[in-house]
Design a protein around this ligand. Sequence first.
Ligand code: TRP
Ligand code: SF4
Length: 434
Amino acid sequence: MNEDKIDPWASKVIETKKLFEEFGIEEIMPLMERLPIKHRLLRRGMISGHRDYDRIVDAIERREDFAVMSGFMPSGEAHIGNKMVMEEIIWHQQMGGEAFVAIADMEAHVVRGVSFEKCRRLGIEGYITSMIALGLDPEKAHIYFQSKNFKLRDLMFETGIVSNFSTLGAIYGFSGETSISHAISALTQSADILYPQLKEFGGPKPVVIPVGFDQDPHIRLTRDIASKFRKFRVEQRGDYVSIRSRSASEKLIHKLFDKIKEYGTVKKYKGHIDVFNLESDQNLKVIEELVRKTEVEEGGYGFHLPSSIYHRFTSGLTGGKMSSSKPESYISLTEKPEDAAKKVKRAKTGGRVTINEQREKGGEPEKCAVFELLLFHLIEDDEEIDRIREECKEGERVCGECKALAADLIEEFLIDHQEKREEAADRIDEYLEA
Ligand code: TRP
Ligand code: SF4
């Protein structure tokens, strides 16, 4: 694997700095102000990056259609790291988005060797049940298994038409040794991401994909695929708007020309149209939408580039990354509450070696897995979390106190969550679309 590529299947902690500087991910904080629900994960900096999230915020503000979509690879039990993605989907559903949830059984099968039967069980018992227990409205969500969703697989096949081995190689570092089904699972994820924009669901719309930073290669690939499906490219060029054909027929260009005339002075050439003297800035958007609509009328997809938001990985209780291959490192959503409490009590903290040293220098909450649990998962109240952080830094707190608090809270959360899971479990089959 090439050093400067991110391998989304490697389960490694990744350098996010580069993603901002070289790959164009932007800081999300400036957009928080405009959101009707300022989620804990966003307020506390767990979610820190985005691509084109402005469009989603616009749609929320204007009450326009948008969707939220993400997926889970059912390769083990769902843990509190996975819970973050669940919360992000639910949060956007509550802000008005249409929710889509993929259980990536094709990916788990080829990449992790999990059988389809086991994927089905893990998917239903782990991820879907927990998501509903956490507050997803299942009646308004589209939940499916990749392998059983033939509309999705048809779309995946289309994505394969506009993709080739060199693009996949450049993005993922695939080589001649990479298995074909692994490559297919990457295209399937692209299809997942574009799926909410199919005409069955009302056609093109902004879609936000909440994911970990390690999934960014999939987002980049899909944005590339989405633009390859477009028949036209619309661009502001100085004082005019240029509409260039990528694959549109002369007939389609002509049709568009007729529609666009009323928005400004229009000149038509072979393969492109220029629009001058736009009456207002808003008209660029109007023209973009007109082009998109015309494409769809002619049987095209007219996809928007997907937007994304990125959260960083959850630290494992033992340090490093939370990983389903290390049971001591994670808390599963289905484990016994008292076992989870014990794990928390054994977790790595940012405390000093002796109590005296702790009093003098203070602890290091930013290096503390227990603090992280409190910060991202267990404490909603901002003042309380600030107080704990300050007390720790000032040496006014000992780790035992935090551990006892976190252990109590995780136990309480799991008892409640598991009760809600039982209620949710009864009706799961009704909610599955594939
Ligand atoms: N590859 C993702 C993971 O490993 C799961 C996934 C499948 C996904 N399809 C998706 C994530 C679509 C976001 C969007 O967790
Ligand atoms: Fe972590 Fe609390 Fe110890 Fe500070 S006092 S290092 S926050 S456990």
